[in-house]
Design a protein around this ligand. Structure first.
Ligand code: ATP
Ligand code: MG
Length: 416
């Protein structure tokens, strides 16, 4: 049997790989504008980190985590999401003591053993942002504004945000009881997994793909304490001030345990059932509960695979060479090789196939390459000390220029 890739794991070929890179580049640009700096966290962490932070009763930890015992007998897990690692680093590296804003972004692959389907993979990429140590509604508004700027910059304008508040631990404690009583009363209607976990985590039922939709209409709603209500109102005010389109969706609860107060999601109907592009929210108690200082925080994670799917119809950022060099005679190869180097030194993307092949075969490669010009060096050019430029994309006759002038002539032509 031939070796093949695992289910849910995939090769990203050009131009898809280039689409990913363009999204990452747009993200880096926007992060820099907002004062976010990159954090590179490990791919593998202690399993306990995710159990404690993501939450024991979440889908991620309960069913989707790749965890194993390593050679040293340690229980480890391949990261299913980025926030726990960032929080661990913040605590372990004493980042609260640095005197600087703790605004971090990460770009990396995450791993979840889910059923693979369109827009759902077992290895996928997330771009995430975390702002730790700021409780104010300005931080909420800033991070959501930044997210939309990023999506716009990446090529996805006009997104709307679903927004909700889950309140603080206090609001949740009261709500938990009310909701649990309600769910106990309609146990028969709940799906099997929800029935099994309502006692441990009643809120999860609201995020369930099966029960969530009907519960959204019927279940009692969370009532915010005055502080949480004021915070939520202020976030909405600031978003309006920033010209951000959003709608308050009381059914939005998100699947992770650590969220408090503001939660949000960006969806696109163009994605079908896997419609969430990005999700995030506040996690005011997580850092402390993980053994760190009291540090309220907010963050989000964007699914790059899904965003790339949404941008599929747009022209991929070019990975094509601008010129393709051809040696049309045996002893022209060294000269042609030199031309490649000169073109590249002038900042012109240049490629070639195999100088030993026939002129016809090299021309075929040039046509396929997507280059704008073929540069030919044959017997005549060698004698005259010239290069022949043949337009490949636009109509026009071929013409010759002195060898040393080729790069500057091409630069002018390519930029015009
Ligand atoms: P979903 O409800 O679609 O399972 P989620 O709530 O599990 O999403 P988060 O943990 O919030 O997702 O991750 C943020 C983003 O990462 C999602 O909005 C999505 O774009 C992307 N994402 C999550 N899981 C996958 C996956 N298995 N394959 C591809 N992208 C994913
Ligand atoms: Mg999920």
């Amino acid at each position: 049997m031939a070796v093949h890739s695992l289910r849910g794991f995939r090769d990203l070929l050009p131009p898809d790989s280039e689409r990913f890179a363009a999204i990452e580049a747009a993200a880096r640009e926007v992060f820099a504008l907002y004062g976010y700096r990159e954090l590179r966290i490990p791919t593998i962490e202690m399993k306990e980190l995710f159990v404690k932070s993501t939450g024991e009763t979440t889908d991620i930890v309960e069913k989707e985590m790749y965890s194993f015992t390593d050679g040293g007998g340690r229980e480890v897990a391949v990261r299913p999401e980025g926030t726990p690692g960032v929080v661990r680093a913040y605590i372990e590296q004493n980042l609260s003591q640095s005197g600087r804003n703790a605004k971090f972004y990460y770009i990396g692959n995450m791993f979840r053993a889910e059923r693979p389907q369109a827009g759902r993979f077992r290895e996928f990429e997330q771009i995430g942002a975390e702002h730790i140590g700021n409780a104010s509604p300005f931080a909420d508004a800033e991070t959501i504004t930044m997210l939309l700027k990023l999506l716009e910059k990446a090529g996805l304008p006009d997104c709307t945000v679903d927004l909700n508040s889950l309140g603080c631990a206090e609001c949740r404690r009261n709500y938990r009881q009310t909701l649990l009583a309600y769910l106990r009363g309609c146990q028969a209607r709940l799906c099997e997994p929800c029935r099994g976990r309502i006692e441990r985590n009643p809120l999860r039922a609201l995020d369930c793909k099966i029960d969530g939709p009907w519960l959204a209409g019927t279940a009692p709603k969370l009532a915010l304490c005055p502080d949480c209500a004021a915070h939520f109102a202020r976030v909405q005010e600031l978003l309006k001030l920033s010209g951000i389109g959003f709608r308050v969706n009381p059914g939005l609860v998100r699947g992770l345990d650590y969220y408090t107060r503001t939660v949000f999601e960006v969806r696109s109907s163009a994605l079908g059932s896997q419609d969430a592009v990005c999700g995030g929210g506040r996690y005011d108690d997580l850092v402390k509960s993980m053994g760190g200082p009291s540090a309220p925080a907010i963050g989000w994670a964007l699914g790059v695979d899904r965003l790339a799917m949404l941008l599929k119809d747009r022209a991929a950022p070019g990975g094509d060479p601008a010129v393709f060099v051809i040696a049309a005679a045996k002893d022209a190869a060294d000269r042609a090789f030199r031309l490649l180097a000169d073109a590249r030194a002038a900042g012109i993307a240049a490629d070639f196939s195999d100088f030993g092949l026939s002129l016809k075969s090299q021309m075929r490669s040039a046509d396929k390459s997507g280059a704008s010009f073929a540069l030919l060096i044959g017997e005549d050019e060698l004698k005259a000390g010239t290069v022949t430029l043949k337009p490949l994309k636009e109509k026009g006759d071929q013409f010759s220029v002195p060898f040393p002038d080729a790069p500057s002539t091409l630069s002018k032509l390519l930029n015009s």
